[in-house]
Design a binder for this molecule. Sequence first.
Ligand SMILES: Cc1cc2nc3c(=O)[nH]c(=O)nc-3n(C[C@H](O)[C@H](O)[C@H](O)COP(=O)(O)O)c2cc1C
Length: 384
Amino acid sequence: MAAKINSAYPSVDDLRTKAKKRIPKFAFEYLDGGCNEDVSISRNTSDIRKVQLQPRYLRNYGTSSTQTKVLGMEFDAPFGIAPVGLQGLMWPNSPEILAKAAYAHNIPFILSTVTTMSIERASEITEGKAWFQLYNPVEDALRDDIIKRAEAAQCPVLVLLCDVPTFGYRPRDIRNGLALPPKMSLTNILQILGKPTWAMNTLKYGQPTFETLKPYTPEGLNLKQLGQFMDKTFSGRLNEEKIKPIRDKWKGKLVLKGVASEQDTQDAIRMGFDGIILSNHGGRQLDAAESTIHSLHDIAPKYGDQIEIMMDSGMRSGPDIARTMASGAKFTFMGRSFMYGVGALGNAGGDHTITMLKTQFKQVMDQLCCERVEDLPQHIIKKQ
Ligand SMILES: Cc1cc2nc3c(=O)[nH]c(=O)nc-3n(C[C@H](O)[C@H](O)[C@H](O)COP(=O)(O)O)c2cc1C
C-alpha cells in the first residue's frame, strides 16, 4: 500500500490533540487515562525512551525490510492493534475502520470480547485473520460457546487476558460516571452536543453495544443492569484449572496477555501457551506496576527461546517500536495510538496511523543500517 500520510498529523501526539477536540470528554478520558495518579501510564513510555540504539554506518548495507514473523505468521510490520473494549463509544464504527486498515496493511487486529463489533464481523472483514481476546467467562458453557464461535470464524490466535482480576481505579471515569456500569448524565449529554461529528456518526451507526455478547445478553437491560450482567458473567481471575480446558479445546495459537512477572511467564510456558504479551494494560490497572519494557529486559533473555514474547503498553512511535524490538520482543501491540488516529481522522484514521508508524519505524531501521527486524537486538546499547 502506497504511503499517504496526512501531513497535518505526522505524530501520535498530533492525532491525540485532534482526537481530544472531536470526542466527548467522558469518552476521550476513558481512552486516554491510566489509573489512580497516572504513574504507570507515563512510566511505560518514559522507560521505553531510555533505550538507546547504535547505528552501523560503515557496514555493507542493502535495504531494510519491516517484514516480521511471529507465531508462525508473516506480517508487514512488527506491530499490531491491541484489543480495546467499547471502541464504538470512543469513535462510532471504529473497530470496523481499524480491522479494515489492519487487513489492508497485513498486520494483526485483536478483537476485544467487550468491544462493539462481533467475532463474526471481524472475521468477515479480515478474511479470518482477526485474533480474538477472551475475557474468561464464569460459566463453562458460555466459555465453550465463545471458543466455538472464534474457531468457526477461523481466528488464528486466541488471546486470553489475565491482568483484570478487578476493575482498575480510574478517577476520571468515576467523575464522569463511566466507571462500570456506564451512565449517561446531563453533563455527558451536553458534552456530546459539543462534538457534532461524533454525534452524527453515532446516529448513523447506532448506539454501540457489546456485539459478540449479544446472544447471551438478556434483552431490554439498561446500562446499569448491563454492567451488573457483565460483572456476573466474566471473572478476570485465572488459574491452571481454568486455563487447562481452554488449552485443550483451542486448536489454534494460544497467547496469554497481561503477563508482568517471571513466575507467570514460567507458568505460561508450563501450561502450553504459544506466546505471551507482556503488558500492564497500558497503565490502566496497577499504578504501582513495573514498566513493561523493564519486565521485557528481564524476561526476554531468559525465556525468549521457550515462548514467543510480545509486548504492549507505552509505545507511541516508530522509534518506540524499534526500542522494544531491540530489547527482545518478537512483536509489539498498541492500543491508544490507533484509537487517537480514528478519533482524529475518522475513516482515514486506521490507514493513516499504520502508514505513519510504518514510515517512522522504517526510517529508524534505515538509519541504524539494520536490514532485518530480527537483527534489531544487535543495535541496543547495553551500558545504560
Ligand atoms: C480504552 C481502552 C480499553 C481497553 N480494553 C481492553 C480490553 O477490552 N481487552 C484487553 O485485553 N485489553 C484492553 N485494553 C488494553 C490494551 O489492549 C493494551 O494493553 C494497551 O492499550 C496498551 O497500551 P497503550 O495504549 O499504551 O498502547 C484497553 C486499553 C484501552 C486504552
